[in-house]
Design a binder for this molecule. Structure first.
Ligand SMILES: Nc1ncnc2c1ncn2[C@@H]1O[C@H](COP(=O)(O)OP(=O)(O)OP(=O)(O)O)[C@@H](O)[C@H]1O
Ligand SMILES: [Mg+2]
Length: 407
């Protein structure tokens, strides 16, 4: 080995070639360095480009954020959620009644429910939820733990009240009687008759006498205000009635839910059908519910679906007519019993005059007469007050709306 090195270093040809090799290598390295310099420069430039792009993206984000804020700002519109499908919802804008299908924003997933009110912007983007589902349920029904109405404050209707007492009050207050006799206690009655004739009054009086919770739900509110929720609300109401039993579920305006089923395929009628089906299920199924009785009321029995009138659904179907003479006399006495009447007040004349009027009309006349007295800073109600009130409430109103009061 040593020998070889000595040999080579003494050979000038070898030295020269070695030198050339070194020079070439240096040259190559120089070139490489230049290339790297060049690359470095290019990268620097690209880095700069990227920094510029980044900053313009940031600016863009800022602009978009401002736009979002802009969209959130008023004018906002109120819309109702009509239906919630998987990740889309059908909204109806109040006022214009325009219906649109929107994608539910991810942050509102699971929070939207049919019947809720929401605030939307111009583009129908949901900005805010205006009502919580729980509020809705609270508003659809009125709950009175122990209503304070006596049969004494109902004028006339003696036979009708007797029937309701037998079918609703007795099974609640004296269930043993039915067991002893061996008949199944009745579960519900349907009251029908013109507006203001005392249907609600009777339902409350029964609940009061039976010391039962009174839960009122309104058919028209169920299907109009709480679209898409009707069936569930019906279920909830009956569940609550069971929890708070003994109780009376008063279904007012049952015709709105239990009208003849239509099959025109529109959202509205499909909704009514679902609510109606749930209601029938509750009517049929509440044997196990124990102390829950049903009183339903309608002004339009002619509109009711025959399915509701079928035997077994309501044990009695009772007409609550407009008061006869005796009834009107009692109603006048009831509503004036806390008033000081002048000597000239001729109740018989008023009774004759108010033929075809309802208890509610009579109450309105008496109340208005009382207002006249208050306006005069007096205490006694005179015949003239009652006559003036009659003209104002009945005659004038009736001129405005010829088909109003006397229908
Ligand atoms: N027979 C009656 N005796 C005493 N007051 C009555 C009678 N009928 C009606 N009224 C008065 O009219 C008001 C309204 O009556 P109620 O709410 O019971 O009528 P309704 O038959 O339920 O009417 P609607 O069909 O419009 O719901 C009662 O609060 C009461 O003041
Ligand atoms: Mg009523």
């Amino acid at each position: 080995m040593d020998n070889t090195i000595a040999q080579s270093s003494n050979n000038p040809d070898f030295v020269n070639s070695q030198k050339r090799d070194n020079e070439t290598e240096i040259e190559t390295l120089k070139q490489k360095l230049e290339q790297m310099d060049e690359q470095n420069n290019q990268l620097q430039t690209r880095l700069l480009d990227a920094a510029v792009a980044n900053s313009s993206y940031l600016q863009n984000i800022q602009k978009l954020k401002e736009q979002i804020e802009e969209l959130k700002r008023p004018p906002l519109f109120v819309a109702s959620v009509m239906e919630v499908l998987e990740d889309t919802a059908l909204l109806r804008q109040h006022g214009s009644n325009q219906e649109v299908l929107i994608d539910i924003p991810p942050e509102m997933e699971g929070e939207l429910e049919a019947g809720m009110r929401v605030a939307v912007n111009n583009g129908f983007g949901i900005v805010n939820l205006l009502s919580k589902p729980a509020d809705m349920r609270a508003r659809v029904m009125e709950l009175i733990e122990a209503p304070d109405i006596d049969y004494n404050s109902i004028g006339g209707l003696d036979d009708e009240i007797q029937e309701v007492v037998e079918t609703i009050e007795l099974p609640l207050t004296d269930p043993q009687m039915f067991i002893d006799v061996g008949i199944e206690p009745p579960r519900g009655v349907l009251l029908y008759g013109p507006p203001g004739s005392g249907k609600t009054l009777i339902a409350k009086a029964v609940a009061s006498r039976a010391h039962a919770t009174f839960i009122r739900m309104s058919g028209s509110e169920l299907v109009q205000k709480y679209v898409g929720e009707g069936a569930r609300l019906v279920r909830d109401v009956f569940q609550m009635a069971k929890d708070k039993s003994p109780s009376i579920v008063f279904i007012d305006e049952i015709d709105a839910v239990g009208g003849r089923r239509t099959h025109d395929g529109t959202t509205g009628s499909a909704e009514v059908n679902r609510t109606m089906i749930q209601l029938l299920a509750e009517l049929d199924g509440f044997e196990e519910r124990g102390d829950v009785k049903i009183v339903a009321a309608t002004n339009r029995i002619d509109l009711l679906d025959p399915a509701l009138l079928r035997p077994g659904r309501f044990d009695r179907i009772i007409e609550i007519p407009l008061p006869d003479e005796k009834g009107r006399l009692e109603i006048f006495k009831i509503h004036t019993r806390n008033m000081a009447l002048g000597d000239d007040v001729d109740i018989d004349k008023l009774v004759k005059l108010t033929e075809d009027l309802s208890g509610a009309d009579i109450k309105a006349v008496v109340t208005e007469a009382g207002m006249f007295v208050i306006r005069r800073r007096d205490k006694k109600i005179m015949m003239a007050d009652l006559m003036d009130a009659y003209h104002k409430i009945i005659v004038e109103e009736n001129e405005d709306a010829p088909s109003g009061m006397f229908v």
